[in-house]
Design a binder for this molecule. Structure first.
Ligand SMILES: NCc1[nH]cc(CCC(=O)O)c1CC(=O)O
Length: 308
């Protein structure tokens, strides 16, 4: 293989992440030419309906997967939190890169954090997970939908449509917008999306040369954490349609996982945690299933079903 083509969405964040992977691949494999193949996806085009209504986050992957199947691209780069728990048959994730800041960010021109918002303040987010956690902390807030890429969301905040919005720290940092972060929303009170802050490479699972080239970017500790978070979400049949949050932390071989399932309507939430010593991804996944079982024992199923 002399040239590796990366299919990418055209949003500034997607392009940054793909450029980042391209640069890392070039550094790991001198002599390999790495090119981007920018594409628009249905998830980017349809902004007037909720993602859940038009088919979920998988929509951002579909066109990129078709390009890989047709041989027009060799791999695709994703925010792992946007990748469905079950990959399409025929695809694999040969590398998960070292995780950036997994926390959510509170962003507001006037207020320093959630507690400082005046009664009835308007907060923009279309994420059921963020809505559920906001409702749990501040039942008085007015939550309004907010879609579009990171820059679009910030422009709507600046235009005065919202008093505050919640975004991922990682996305803001990648776009050089760290200065917009007023507060990091931290565990165990506030949990991010499963795999937030981690970038994954996807390719065809029969493409051994591409898998081998991408494997150079694999970060084993990140893989352990995101496998635990995604296994929890998978065991709950979680998707972007349900308010599920998770964060794993690895300290040596000690893995701790916090999970939450909430109700975006009334802010009710159940939480569970577990920790164990891990020697690989199987043990990490088992921890994820254990936390999911603890959440289900507290009634998570009814919360999930209420959003389906
Ligand atoms: N939902 C869109 C999305 N997918 C990944 C990120 C940020 C980067 C990451 O989490 O890796 C974002 C923006 C956001 O939630 O603010």
């Amino acid at each position: 293989m002399k040239t590796l083509r990366i299919a990418t969405r055209k949003s500034p964040l997607a392009l940054w992440q793909s450029e980042h992977v391209a640069a890392r691949l070039r550094a790991a494999h001198p002599g390999l030419t790495v090119e981007l193949v920018p594409m628009s996806t249905r998830g980017d085009q349809v902004l007037d309906r909720s993602l859940a209504a038009i088919g979920g986050k998988g929509l951002f992957l579909k066109e990129l997967e078709v390009a890989m199947q047709r041989g027009e691209a060799d791999c695709a780069v994703h925010s792992l939190k946007d990748v469905p728990m079950e990959l399409e048959p025929g695809f694999a994730l040969p590398a998960v890169l070292e995780r950036a800041d997994p926390a959510d960010a509170f962003v507001s021109p006037r207020f320093g954090t959630i507690d400082a918002l005046p009664p009835g303040a308007v907060v923009g987010t279309s994420s059921l997970r963020r809505q559920a956690q906001l409702r749990a902390l501040r039942p008085d807030l007015q939550l309004r939908d907010l879609r579009g890429n990171v820059n679009t969301r910030l422009a709507k905040l600046d235009a005065g449509e919202y008093d505050a919005i919640v975004l991922a720290c990682a996305g803001l940092q990648r776009l050089g917008l760290d200065a917009r972060i007023r507060a990091r929303l931290l565990a165990p009170v506030w949990l991010p999306a499963p795999a937030q802050g981690a970038i994954a490479i996807e390719c065809r699972n029969d493409d051994d040369a591409v898998q081998a080239a991408c494997a150079a970017l694999e970060h084993a500790p990140t893989r352990i954490c995101v496998e635990a978070e995604r296994a929890m979400n998978r065991a709950l049949h979680g998707s972007c349609h349900v308010p599920v949050a998770a964060l794993a932390r690895l300290d040596g071989s000690d893995l701790a996982l916090d999970g939450l399932v909430g109700d975006a309507g009334n802010g009710h939430a159940v939480r569970a945690s577990a920790q164990t010593v891990v020697d690989g991804v199987d043990a990490a996944r088992a921890l994820g299933v254990q936390v999911a079982e603890r959440l289900l024992a507290q009634g998570a199923r009814a919360l999930i079903d209420a959003h389906l």
